[in-house]
Design a protein around this ligand. Sequence first.
Ligand SMILES: N[C@@H](CCC(=O)N[C@@H](CS)C(=O)NCC(=O)O)C(=O)O
Length: 131
Amino acid sequence: MAVIRWILGTLILTLNWLFTPRGVKRSADAQIAMDEQTAKLALYHYRACPFCVKVRRAMKRQSLNIATRDVKRSEAAKEQLLSGGGNLKVPCLRIENEQGGVEWMYESADIINYLNSRFAAEQPAAVTASS
Ligand SMILES: N[C@@H](CCC(=O)N[C@@H](CS)C(=O)NCC(=O)O)C(=O)O
C-alpha cells in the first residue's frame, strides 16, 4: 500500500512539474500589493495530495505567493492545523482577516473559489499594467 501511494504521489508530482501552469504577470507594484494581501494566508498541505496540488496550481496560475506548511513534514504545522482548524485534513487555508480573526477553510473546491473570487478580478488590470 505504501509503495502504491509512493508511486501515485511521484506520478502526481511529476505530471504537476511537467504541466506547471503559467502564472499571471503583474507589474512589480501590483505584485507587491498582492503579496501584502496574501501574507495573511497560509496553505496547510501534503506535497503529493492531489487536492493540494489542485489548490497549489490555482495559486500558481494567479501568481499568489501564499506560504505553504507541509503537515506531513512539520510537527509544528500539524499541531497548528489540529488546534486551529480542528481536523487533520488537507488542504486547509488559514485566513487571517484585517481584525486579526482567523478562519480555517477546508475543501479544495471552496479554497479555489475563495482565491478566485478574492483575487482573480485583479488580473485584467494587472496584466494591462505590465504590458
Ligand atoms: N474533499 C476534500 C478531500 C481532501 C482529502 O481527502 N485530503 C486527504 C489527503 S489527500 C486527507 O487530508 N486525508 C486525511 C489524512 O490524510 O489524515 C478536498 O477536496 O479538499
